[in-house]
Design a protein around this ligand. Structure first.
Ligand code: FES
Length: 498
């Protein structure tokens, strides 16, 4: 049995469950949930109980030991694919079971067996002492169907923002701050025709102009979806609602749109934060990375796995979080230039329009070009804020960067999935999509390490040039779009003087 290194055990003390995403050398993905059931949360308590650990693992430890209280299970329920990250854990006679939030089927955490006859995939866990540094590390059994598995994402499930409380009791000060930017005048859940499927929520949110309300609706919809209160995706329904061709935006956010090449030359922190918030705002408003991809391509790909919707609802929540973090930093550092008061550009929207006909093209251009470029420039942006001593903005941007690595990972996951479905090679197909849907060079310098973590090895992007002369004959639509690097997230080429 092969095992994959997860992390030092002490790093798992922050939360009781984690999403693990593994990728094999063949670009196969698996998502698991790691449950840590022990109450131990203090390293000193742990030290008292770990005396018998050896490099051979923890099999000889008593069953109550924290190292024996770790379980891993496939993240998608074997019934209809619900996300098991919010499963209830219950004791059932002599066993422990994870209870799916959708239809309450229970699955034994050790064997995966269910009284219903279904079986969930479970994975063995070991904790071993690493003699090279003396640290106890957690390993998980490698999935079948691939080689050289590695962990590409280890994400706590129960982050406060990512796991929002019910809207009526939302205490999040960031949201309250953002609300002062754009007060809400509608109900978060519409009184009339409240959405009952994920598709309906996606389209409602796309049609919501107020960014604060979008954040609230996104939090609420994802909370319902994750906790099983919204158990219908609705993408197979012939009456699934369609996303708007052009999502509405508030006037104050549209009147300042400028040519992207002219939007980024001023040199101060407010301009920089504003420009970054603009990217997130477009990501949020248009929901390039999340609600639009769910609503636009869910119905046209009825066999797409449930994990696709889990990934993109997570991304929707991240976009909301990023917009809120950045507008809050803008408010704190520059109250005279709230979001919407400076010129913005709509480059991401134009790339979304170009790729509206094809999930494959959308994933390639938005996630693996635009978002991957963000990975290249984020460290430099963070450094500029660090040099000024603005620790809060550095902390916000580090959160955003870490999330964006996972967004590119998801882009790569679903791009390789669709290529496999279509029987085409992922690397050469990506390069072809870029030649067709991008104008100009894919420019470095590249953050090769972050790109590689996300699955983007060098053969994807090196020496690549887009040849788009934007007349899109495939959709019989034509438009003139400047689509150079200045539109990418990296396009926030605002030099910061501090
Ligand atoms: S019991 Fe999990 S999806 Fe139905």
């Amino acid at each position: 049995m092969d095992f994959v290194l997860v992390s030092p055990f002490t790093k798992l003390l922050t939360h009781s469950r984690f999403l693990l995403t593994l990728r094999s050398q063949e670009d196969h993905y698996h998502s698991l949930i790691l449950f840590r059931l022990s109450a131990t949360s203090q390293p000193e308590n742990l030290e008292q109980s770990q005396s018998s650990i050896s490099s051979d693992g923890c099999k000889d430890l008593p069953s109550s030991h924290p190292y024996r209280q770790l379980y891993a299970m496939e993240s998608a329920c074997p019934h209809l694919g619900a996300d098991m990250s919010h499963a209830d854990i219950e004791e059932c006679e002599s066993s422990l079971v994870a209870v799916c939030p959708w239809h309450r089927y229970d699955f034994d955490l050790r064997t995966g067996n269910s009284e219903t006859g279904l079986k969930a995939c479970t994975y063995a866990i070991e904790v071993k002492n690493d003699p090279s540094d003396g640290i106890d590390k957690v390993w998980v059994e490698a999935p079948e169907g691939g080689t050289n598995w590695r962990i590409v994402e280890l994400r706590p499930v129960s982050e406060e923002f990512a796991d929002p409380p019910p809207i009526s009791a939302d205490p999040d000060p960031l949201v309250n701050q953002a609300a002062s930017i754009s007060p809400i005048e509608e109900d978060v859940v519409p009184v009339k025709d409240a959405p009952t499927t994920l598709m309906q929520w996606a389209v409602l949110i796309l049609n919501t102009a107020n960014p604060t309300l979008k954040v609230q609706r996104t939090k609420h919809a994802v909370h319902l979806f994750r906790t099983g209160k919204l158990s219908s995706i609705g993408n197979k329904s012939p009456t699934a609602p369609k996303p708007p061709a052009v999502p509405p935006r508030e006037d104050s956010y549209t009147r300042n749109i400028v040519d992207p090449r002219k939007s980024g030359k001023k040199k101060n922190a407010a301009v920089m934060l504003h420009a970054l918030a603009n990217i997130e705002q477009w990501a949020l408003i248009i929901h390039l990375y999340s609600w639009d991809i769910i609503a636009r391509f869910g119905p046209s790909h009825p066999d797409i796995p449930h994990a696709f919707f889990s990934d993109f609802t997570k991304m929707a929540l991240d976009e909301s979080k990023h917009f809120t973090l950045l507008t809050s930093r803008l408010l704190a550092t520059s109250p005279n230039t709230p979001y919407g008061s400076l010129p913005v550009h709509a480059g991401l929207w134009e790339s979304a329009t170009i790729t509206a006909h094809s999930l494959r093209a959308r994933l390639a251009i938005i996630h693996l070009v635009h978002e991957a470029r963000g990975l290249d420039v984020n460290p430099g942006t963070i450094d500029r804020f660090r040099r000024t001593g603005d620790k809060e903005s550095v902390a916000a941007l580090e959160v955003i960067h870490a999330d964006e690595v996972t967004h590119v990972t998801s882009g790569h996951r679903w791009f390789t999935w669709i290529c496999e479905q279509q029987g085409v090679d992922a690397v050469s197909t990506f390069r072809e999509e870029v030649r067709r849907g991008w104008r100009g060079d894919i420019k470095g310098p590249f953050n090769a390490e972050a790109r590689e973590t996300a699955g983007m090895t060098r053969e994807y992007y090196e020496g690549l040039r887009g040849e788009m002369d934007f007349v899109d004959k495939r959709t019989d639509a034509s438009a003139t779009v400047d689509h150079d690097e200045s539109m990418a997230p990296a396009s926030v080429r605002v030099e910061y003087e501090g």
